[in-house]
Design a protein around this ligand. Structure first.
Ligand SMILES: *Cc1c(COP(=O)(O)O)cnc(C)c1O
Length: 316
């Protein structure tokens, strides 16, 4: 079955602007800061949050070039793997997910969904995974699966930047700061590009030692456009020990935040960023009168796997 490019175009053209939610937490108000959340997590049920934006131009390009198979990479709990599997099924692509590390049986909720959606799952040892762009592996997959459109880890490439740059169209003129969390930096890079010098953009790496992302973001943006704007900064203090690591105070914050705002966050990505922004507001980082907009980039599917591993730490 061929993928219908007209339908793909139609699907993405029906995207409405995500709503902006005002945070009403007394301690925040006392600081004289307006904290707003762009609920991009509510924009789509197939591809959550930033994954929809990062996949948009990748899917259009794949279909436009008549590929019928998508091949991509990710960890066992990856929001990206989940989104590609869902999108592939919906739009009629075949899909292959190359998973870092062992695929445990029974499958965790993320991989279970991917498999149910028809994704072919293949595991690589961590060592092979680090060589995943080698010609030997790529030839092997081509022999096994036929021609495929390859989407890198986390979906980050130049087509992804085009999609995430469209986030800027959802952000009002009168915002002083914009915050988002960073894995590969694709979302932050697109935002920087789309905002084109407007506001100050703060990225919160969820990996330890997140400053290494600075060079990656410079390279990504440099390949995407001529000039790299300077109105952005990484806040690397809120990784909680590294990717997918957390501490009790993070979980406590996520529960409190949910109780006060009805906004669910996850401990891998958005929980860390919201925690960080909250602490920064309380500590006076933002001047009185500042308007701070945080982007909720979705990713809530990962909560099922988290609950399976850690019981009912979360109240939602
Ligand atoms: C994948 C993901 C990110 C990371 O985005 P990058 O573009 O890789 O930096 C952030 N938030 C959520 C919820 C995600 O699923």
């Amino acid at each position: 079955m061929a993928v219908d490019l007209n339908y793909l175009n139609f699907y993405f053209s029906t995207h409405s602007k995500p709503e902006v939610q005002v945070i009403n937490i007394p301690e925040i108000k006392e600081k004289g800061v307006s904290w707003l959340v762009l609920r991009d997590d509510l924009n789509d049920i197939l591809m959550s949050g930033n994954k929809r934006r990062k996949l948009k131009y990748n899917l259009l390009e794949a279909a436009g070039k008549n590929f019928d198979t998508l091949l991509t990479f990710g960890g066992a709990y990856s929001n990206h793997i989940y989104a590609v599997a869902a999108a592939a099924r919906h739009f009629g692509f075949k899909s292959v997910g190359i998973i870092r590390g062992e695929i445990l049986d029974p499958l965790n909720p993320t991989l279970h969904f991917a498999k149910e959606s028809g994704m072919h799952l293949l595991s690589l040892t961590r060592k092979d995974y680090n060589n995943r762009n080698s010609a030997i592996l790529i030839d092997e997959w081509a022999e096994k699966f036929g021609p495929f459109y390859m989407i890198p880890d986390g979906g980050t490439n130049l087509a992804a930047l085009q999609g995430t740059s469209e986030l800027a169209q959802c952000i009002d003129e009168n915002v002083d700061y914009i915050t988002c969390c960073c894995g590969t930096g694709g979302t932050l890079s697109g935002l920087i590009s789309g905002l084109n010098g407007r506001a100050k953009i703060l990225g919160f790496p969820v990996l330890k030692g997140g400053d290494f992302l600075k060079g990656i973001i410079f390279d990504l943006l440099g390949n995407y456009q001529k000039n790299v704007p300077e109105n952005w900064q990484l806040i690397s203090d809120y990784h909680f020990g590294g990717y997918a690591r957390y501490r009790p105070e993070l979980i406590r914050f996520m529960n409190d935040f949910y109780r006060q705002t009805s906004i669910p966050t996850d401990p891998v990505y958005t929980g860390k960023m919201f925690y960080g922004v909250y602490q920064m507001i309380l500590s006076g980082y933002f001047k009185k009168g500042s308007r701070v907009l945080s982007i909720h980039s979705g990713g809530l599917q990962g909560l099922d796997g988290f609950k399976q591993r850690h019981g009912r730490l979360l109240e939602y």
